[in-house]
Ligand binder design. Sequence first.
Ligand code: ADP
Ligand code: MG
Length: 515
Amino acid sequence: MTTPAVPAVGVDLGTTFSVVARLDQQGRPSTLANAEGDRVTPSVVLFDRDVVVVGKEALKALATEAEHVAECSKRDMGYRVFRKVFEGRQYPPEVIEAWILNKLRCDAAQQIGPFTKVVVTVPAYFDEVRRKATQDAGYMAGFEVLDIINEPTAAAVAFGFQQGFLDQKGSTSEPRRILVYDLGGGTFDVTVMEIRGTQFVALATDGDVRLGGYDWDQRLVDLMAESFIRQHYVDPREDPNTAGKLWRECEDAKRTLSARSKASVACGYRGYSSRVEVSRQQFKEATQDLLDRTRFTTEQTLKAAGLDWADIERVLLVGGSTRMPMVRDMLKQLSGKQPDASVAADEAVAHGAALRAGLLLAESEGRPATFAIKNVNSHSLGVVGADPLTKRRRNGILIPRNTPLPVTAKRTFKTQKADQKSILVQIVEGESPSADDCTQIGQCSVRDLPPNLPAQSPVDVLFRYEPNGRLQVKVTLPGTNRHIKAEIVRENSLSKEHMDGWRRYICGIEPTEYR
Ligand code: ADP
Ligand code: MG
């Protein structure tokens, strides 16, 4: 394999940790260490007046100046602003993510030279709005995002590479079905995949964008704080810095509990101090409901794929939180198989992204693809209509979840009055019949309808999910081949002008074409 002129780089933008990988001369993925020499970078940003610090130092600052630290910003993607305010300023979550990506870009460039093209990963369960926000973060960080791919798919590709499935020899093998269980710091994803030779086909996917190791940490924090209160009658969680320090201690203790049966956490507040011991069993009991949620979702996903455990050859563990023995025990009991921890839990996703970047670069240079990815949509797409009886906003599902991508669905609307100029269609993602309980993507605005259309003229709106889960709209008038302007007007999205401003501010890189 010849090396492409442009490095193939993949970025795993995690809730708690991020990783960058690239393909080496032989086309093998390898992790790039950051400027501090670490293979993973905490996804934490410190806004220290005019200076922005990303990574380990920012994480440390949680114990001393928590009010300036943005952590888990990926959890807030899709919202207009991040949950915390910094010195009176509110930041969109994708801007905070852009700071993280910018550090990853600069650190990687020190080793491989300047580059812009990357593939960034997203949880399979990310909805369309969050996918766009991730691409926007990449743009603001000075990247050209070649594609976004689902984290479990990336992990499966890395696994396939490691198993030799991508070689000529491996590609003739029997189809294998694997279940990817990805429990990271802030998100949970489960995907059932079929590997057919060099094709990676997702059959069903589900998850929770607000469930991860962070929630396990919080339970430990609560356990410790309650014990502290019983001893000293004060709550260490009420002070942000003490709470930040306690969280870091608890996260550490959680890791210890993956290796040992006991850990202890020290806490000091208002002149009192104590060291509390916690056993693996206590920790498991305090977090049982969280684990149960992942079990329930795992079983649902298998069902959605129309399979049972006998059909699954392997259960692939991805994400740092799968190191917890309770996760492995639960999956073993559920599947009757020893879960497979052969891919590096924290690095596999970035490796898969680098392989995908290599594939896209090869294709752009006219070289043949070595593997293919097929995905499904993780949320149903719906058009909002009014219920004739209750007048409530109803979600009329157009494309049900778990439909193979790409997919196009057509809905015909009728103009209400003569010479109507525009149509507005509200679009949502979600499973609930009530549109208000779904993710509001925005409005599809159809403008410049031709003049003098009679009332009740049909207008076809085509909704297309791209293979990466992004949505496009196209509008036609039946019987004509007129091009009609249509765009999605988003509720919580930055304008190009704003993004350009942030791009200049964050990385000093001039704006480019971007849609
Ligand atoms: P993300 O991609 O969501 O940032 P990662 O896959 O990097 O997440 O996993 C990070 C999570 O894994 C954190 O919550 C961290 O505490 C947890 N983790 C890492 N190592 C261990 C361990 N040995 N035992 C338990 N949890 C761990
Ligand atoms: Mg991850």
